[in-house]
Design a protein around this ligand. Sequence first.
Ligand code: 1PR
Length: 530
Amino acid sequence: MISLLDYGAGNVRSLRNAIHALGFTLTEIERAEDILKAERLIFPGVGAFGAAMERLHRLGYVEPLKAYLAEGRPYLGICIGLQTLFEGSEESPGVEGLGLIPGRIRRFDHEALSVPHMGWNDVRVERASPLFADYAGEKLYFVHSYRAEPSPENADWRLATTDYGAPFLSAVQKGRVGAVQFHPEKSGEAGLRLLRHFLAGEDTLTPDLERPATRAPTHFAKRIIACLDVRSNDAGDLVVTKGDQYDVRESGEVRNLGKPVELAQRYYEEGADEITFLNITGFRDFPLSDQPMLEVLKRTSENVFVPLTIGGGIREFTDANGKHYSALSVADEYFRSGADKISIGSDAVYAVEAYKARGGVKDGSTAIEQIAEVYGNQAVVISIDPRRVYVDAPSVTDHDTVATQVPGPNGERYCWFQCTVKGGREGSDVDVVELARACEDLGAGEILLNSIDRDGTGVGFDIELIRAVREAVSIPVIASSGAGCVEHFAEVFAATGVEAALAAGIFHRREVPIEAVKTYLRQHGVETRT
Ligand code: 1PR
């Protein structure tokens, strides 16, 4: 009997799906007494350390969980499920953890590194464990801003380490109690194999499973993301579409490049590191009444075991009957349907306009703050739709300008990047640099940086735009819009240092396979997941 400790704070649908896909059945921990009845317990902690501990206390789970762990019964913690085994965390000062492992969790150095550590990295397995019995060095998916450091006090727990700046504990195990910092349910086939070992009961450390300790450094990969812009066509079918500079119609018809669930499955099999769905008419249709889109997400998450992001329409809303929905409740529904991250477009611009008007003060009122508080910063992506505004000189505008190599229509040598809303239909007085900075301050975990000028053109990413944003924030940045060939990916990574690059048209039209992008990048010294 496998029991899942889900305290209702995030998306554990993907873990449930992975367990079902592996042919196992699950029971849910519904009350404190269920914990000591469990035969094998999985705790996929999500969100912040303090919030997780607070919920465990509120539900009366802390004492039975400590008792279960003290008896050394089979346990697999994931992410926060690893961190809560320690005494405490810098993330939530004053909050006690379960205290099974000595030491405290600390934040990554965000001065030196892009934080969260979000993406695919290797693990260095340092002891023999059935969990890693057939691990062949594949990269696994991590997303976290805090980590446990290896120390003499926790040496007897140390199972695997990973380098990000310095080494951190990516897996711990003592007896039958183990935990991993990465997400096996989001780590493709390699993650599923590891999960299967735990589910099948092969969890005791056995001395005959010798694994030579390796000292090789691990390497964090650049991510390649496939993006599906989704909307209803005029016949009412949900289709993947693709625009040129955001115009998705051709001869009056919405372009139809395929069915969302099938395309997402194809990209998973072809090696996409992540898949993003953008509900591009979400700004006008209320997403919670858009059941087909939620269905797409549910069906995709049953068989796709890499991170899924969904955007479009995340904002507060009052329906025709006067019922009010918060942005958080819209996000809740997306997470419940299988999203790992949500992306906010138009509403982020409105939030930053209000934040500027308040003099850059956070008051907890924005969707970014509210969703990040519950689901963690890493779950909140800001999708920016900027457009170039050319000027003759920096002095004519208050906005951050760049000296451009791509002059304007009248030969202008400077431009700023204006944020837009409603899929580029309306401009704002916020530029990309101030938007990115403000959203980072409000608690966003990642920036998805589109470009209306480059979208669908295939002429390459807008390096000047991407560099300006990459330099302004320390959260990960995804370069998007304009990819036309493999060389464009190498160029954007080399010139800007972004963590990920996204494309749509060339993948949908099968002009460039994802694997060709990765092979080319590896040949040019860029680390990717194979
Ligand atoms: O404003 O929170 O409701 O979110 C709406 C979302 O829909 C935003 O993330 C916005 O970027 C997106 N969106 C709105 N209208 C369009 C459109 O195309 N008419 N699509 C749109 C944005 C940009 C990327 C595209 C890349 C790569 N599409 O998603 O995939 O540009 O394309 P390429 O590789 O073919 O060049 P809200």
